[in-house]
Design a binder for this molecule. Structure first.
Ligand code: BJW
Ligand code: ZN
Length: 245
């Protein structure tokens, strides 16, 4: 990849960097991206229709099973070179905030520390009624497992459409985006709010926006730099350039 020297210099002289990641960064670990996940077992369902409180109310078992299947898929995967490149980047900058929409936990698994999970984490399960977290549940159960405290149905600790994002994480993400000198948008289609707006908040502030994605997105025309390809290949190359002198 040909990285413009101005970008390398900008990165070398910057101390505040924010990164937003989406499902694309985990694609090379073997996980399906969100808007790509309509094959196989779930060909009949639109994932967007399953990730909502209405879907859970309508058919809790269907939604529970979909997440149980994805929880299993996440267990078997490991971070890829893209995740590890971001760990190296964190060590390079004074202030580095990794904002992720991913619920797979792979950034922390790789070793990233300042991670804001905007859409929760699939490995955590909580009661849909009283909010209590469950330490164990029967994955083989014929029905949706229930809360030991109030018998409410258990659900994954993720943010569905129409639900609020965790307030502290969102606030920290907005602050980091407003304050950064360079903002990266990596492997996200940039269509889900409010995460998608973070990149725009940055631009209004005069910071540099860098996008890395396999395809163009609505952000592409507005980004200062767009690198098309796989994040697991592009990020290590970029990190090498900014860490060597
Ligand atoms: C690669 C690659 C490789 C592939 N290398 N790249 C304002 C306007 C209109 C609507 C709204 C609005 N504000 C809020 C809304 C409603 C809604 C929303 O945004 N709707 C839009 C779809 C229009 N937002 C919400 O409801 C949010 N809540 C909220 O705002 O509360 C207040 C409120 C409510 C209602 C109205 C107004 C205010 C909550 C959003 C929660 C999203 N949850 C999900 C599910 C999480 C659990 C789960 O995983 O099941 O989060 S949806 C899904 O999309 C998931 C993802 O995190 C999220 C983003 O997807 P992502 O990561 O971008 O993945 P993809 O698949 O879309 O893209 C992958 C990209 O990677 C592609 O571009 C590929 O090209 C690329 N790629 N391989 C690099 N190797
Ligand atoms: Zn409960």
């Amino acid at each position: 990849m040909n990285f413009p020297i101005e970008l390398i210099n900008k990165l070398k002289s910057s101390s505040r960097v924010a990164v937003l990641t989406g499902a694309g960064i985990s694609q090379e670990s073997g996980l399906k991206t969100f808007r790509d996940a309509q094959d196989g077992l779930w060909a009949k369902y639109n994932p967007t229709d399953l990730a909502s409180p209405e879907a859970f109310a309508r058919d809790p078992k269907l939604v529970w099973d979909w997440y149980a299947w994805r929880r299993e898929a996440v267990k078997g995967v490991r971070p890829n070179q893209g995740h590890y490149a971001l760990v190296e980047m964190e060590n390079k900058f004074l202030t580095f905030t990794l904002i992720t929409q991913n619920i797979d936990g792979l950034h922390r698994f790789a070793g990233s520390k300042n991670v804001l999970e905007l859409h929760g984490n699939i490995n955590l399960v909580r009661c849909s009624e009283c909010g209590t977290y469950a330490d164990e549940w029967d994955e083989e159960s014929e029905t949706v497992p229930q809360c030991k405290k109030c018998n409410g149905l258990l659900r994954p600790d993720v943010v569905w459409f129409g639900e609020s994002l965790p307030r502290a994480e969102l606030e920290a993400a907005v602050n980091a985006s407003r304050a950064c000198e360079v903002f990266f948008s990596i492997g996200t289609s940039g269509v889900v709010q409010p995460a998608a707006s973070l990149a725009h908040a940055v631009r209004d502030n005069g910071a540099v926006v860098v996008e890395i994605n396999a395809e163009e997105t609505p952000l592409t025309p507005k980004a200062n730099y767009f690198f098309q390809g796989k994040s697991g290949e592009i990020l290590p190359e970029l990190v090498k350039l900014i860490t060597e002198f």
